[in-house]
Structure formats: C-alpha cells, structure tokens
Design a protein around this ligand. Sequence first.
Ligand code: HEM
Length: 233
Amino acid sequence: MAVVVKATPLTFVVHALAVACAVMVLVWCIHFRGGLAWETTNKSLIFNIHPVLMLIGFIILGGEAIVSYKSLPFKKEVKKVIHLVLHAVALILGIVGIWAAFKFHNESSILNLYSLHSWLGIGIIVLYGLQWVYGFVTFFYPGGSSSLRADSLPWHVLFGIFVYSLAIANAAIGFLEKLTFLESAGLDKVGAEAYLVNFTAIATVLFGAFVLFTVYAQKDQEPEEEYSSYSAI
Ligand code: HEM
C-alpha cells in the first residue's frame, strides 16, 4: 500500500521557501555586495546579476513551473501553457544570468569556463533547453500521437527531475565557490555575510527537495487508485 501525501501543503512550503531564497539572495547581492549593474566600472556589480538571475529566474521559476500542475486549480490545458511559459522564462533568465557571468569575466580579464561549476552549468542549460524543445514539440505544438505522448511522459518527468536536481546541486556549488573566493580575499569566515550565503544555499537545497516531493505527491482531486501512474500532461 502506497503512502499517500497530498500535494497542496507541499506546494505552500515550496512558495514559502521561494520567497525566503529570493529575499536572502537579494539581501546578499544588494546589501552586502553593493547591488547589481550591467554597465559599470565596478565589475563585481555585473557578477551580482548572476546569482540573482540563476536563483530567482532559473531555479525558482523552474521549480514553480514543475509544481504548477499540482499547485494551480485550472484545467489541464491551461496548466500545460503555464508550465511551458514558466519554463521558457526560467530558461531565458538562466541564459541572461550565465551571460552576466561571462560578461563579468571578460571585462575583468578572468578566464571563462575553468571550473566544475561552469562546466556543469553549461551542461544544465543545454539539457534544460533540449528538454523544453522536446516537450513543446511532443506535448504542445504540433504535438505527437497519443502513444508517443504517453511513452514520452515518464522520460520527460525523469529527465526533468535529473536536470533540475543537477541545477540545485550546481547552485550550491556556485555559492560555495563564490564564498570561498570572498573568504580567500579576507571575508570573515564566521561573519554575518558568510552565514547568509550558506543559509541561502541550504534554503535553495530545501526548495529543490520540496519541488521534487511535490512531483511525487497526490493531486487533491486525483483518485487514490490513479496516484501511482503519473498523468499530469
Ligand atoms: C543552476 C544555476 C547556475 C548555473 C547553471 C550556473 C552557470 C554558470 C556558468 C556557465 C558559469 C561560467 C561563466 C564563465 O565561465 O564565464 C558560471 C560562473 C560562476 N557562477 Fe554560476 N551558475 C548557477 C548558479 C550560481 C549561483 C547561485 C552562484 C552563487 C554565487 C554562482 C556562482 C558562480 C561563480 C562564482 C562563477 C565564476 C567562477 C566560475 O566560472 O566558476 N552560480 N556559472
């Protein structure tokens, strides 16, 4: 007998953690790191766009796209459009966020793509884009046959969970990497800013965990016997 977990309470936790993550990364980048700017002589402000867009734009909007089938009270067709639009916005903001990291490196004469974080990051954004295009063509327009859609769905869910989990892990690596750079340059290892960055990373991991729990939880209107078969699309 399966343990039945209802999705709605989990989606409330997802939204609450999203707000907590967004506030923490903004306080870090604006209050502690001096703010955000695209064109400036203070190149650190260009870098600050990267964590803000990767966390709020890519991770949080991507997570909200994943849980939208469970968190919204609309018909399946409407939720499908919301799901694909939120993922598209997350993808675009993720690309701009990565562009900001490249811009910061180029204008500060720092090498590009030297770290594990950057290699995983490129892989994640490419796989996320491929997943979006395959999902769009198969489930939305022009749309595959019903057997192709049924066969593709479990792989869409599994691949989506894999790429999203990698993104959460890579965001944690990103926070660790930046904090290590700052501490090497003299930042107090047990000061307020170091704690804030570590707690932001923990909140990000918890957010990702609750997004994934929600995927496996039961939709409120779903009969218990259909719970084991994933039928969101
Ligand atoms: C899933 C989310 C993320 C992805 C896909 C991602 C991707 C990337 C990529 C592709 C680069 C390379 C830019 C270049 O070589 O010019 C980069 C750089 C960087 N990112 Fe992220 N990032 C993410 C989240 C974060 C977060 C939340 C932080 C926290 C501060 C962060 C910190 C850094 C740092 C310090 C660099 C410069 C050093 C390096 O290239 O490794 N990243 N990121």
